[in-house]
Ligand binder design. Structure first.
Ligand code: BTN
Length: 267
């Protein structure tokens, strides 16, 4: 039976892992949203890559102002990142985050896939979602809040029935409870390894992993952006991390953000 987490245990355990980039660790039993907490902490800390975890969120946020259902049992994490790297690699960060979650789940034997840009699925059901928010994107040193929600020990039958994508959890798929702290410790190591690749100007390593895990490439999709919807086939991810969509007229679109829906399976 894993010990109940406290700020003290969380901080000491993660500090003993000797991460290269992450140096500060905060654990909360309940917050509105770890991304919101991250934005507050960010004001008081210059240049410190920080991890915030909560046992539950009362107002967990998803992409496009959706709600992220966050009962105890799930993993709710936010990173405050100061990505000192070539700014042209920043669009790869969402892919890097999805790839890191994907690898963590694979280590437990789960056959996960990634739906563009960063939903992680198991058997076509959503197991993890990612919300990146960039502060001062046009400044020389933007700060990125990277929020990760993973259904770990959630009972799937307590999740709302009308979710946009049907959901599952690790516990549901594995038939057993997962040690949240151990999972998190490993996820941070995997994240740091991938983050280093980006700092070393090797986005190709991340993009290759993303393509390998992709659920989206080859499919007929609709990408909804604020002002338009692009219909076409997801043909590739380019060297900068943009999704390439070929529309019905054969025109190629480079897309970095948007809401992706599958129209039909083109394979
Ligand atoms: C999505 O798929 O719509 C993104 C979900 C992101 C949820 C995580 S949970 C931790 C962090 N805090 C939040 O309020 N949201 C993100």
């Amino acid at each position: 039976m894993p010990t109940a987490l406290t700020q003290d245990i969380f901080q000491k355990t993660l500090a003993s892992e000797k991460y290269t980039f992450f140096t500060d660790f905060y654990y909360h039993t309940s917050v509105e949203s770890t991304n919101k907490t991250a934005k507050k902490i960010m004001q008081t800390k210059a240049n410190t890559d920080t991890v915030i975890m909560a046992a539950e969120q009362t107002h967990g946020r998803g992409r496009y102002t959706r709600h992220w259902y966050s009962p105890p049992g799930g993993l709710y994490l936010s990173f405050i990142l100061h990505p000192h790297m070539n700014k042209k690699h920043l669009p790869v960060l969402p892919l890097l985050t999805a790839v890191s979650v994907h690898t963590s789940l694979s280590e437990y034997g789960l056959a996960a896939t990634i739906k563009w840009p960063n939903d992680v699925l198991v058997k076509n059901q959503k197991i993890a979602g990612i919300l990146l928010e960039t502060q001062a994107p046009d400044s020389a040193s933007p700060i990125v809040i990277c929020g990760i929600g993973i259904n770990i020990n959630n009972n799937v039958d307590t999740l709302p029935p009308k979710l946009l994508t049907p959901a599952t959890s690790m516990k549901q798929e594995l038939g057993q409870t997962v040690d949240l702290l151990r999972f998190t410790t490993r996820l941070l190591h995997i994240y740091e390894k991938n983050y280093r690749f980006l700092k070393e100007n090797k986005p190709d390593v991340i993009i290759a992993q993303w393509k390998q895990a992709s659920d989206t490439l080859g499919k007929q999709i609709a990408i909804t952006q604020h002002y338009r919807t692009i219909h076409g086939v997801a043909v590739n991810i380019d060297a900068d991390g943009f999704l390439l969509v070929r529309d019905l007229l054969g025109q190629l679109h480079r897309v970095t953000s948007g809401d992706c829906q599958y129209i039909m399976d083109a394979r």
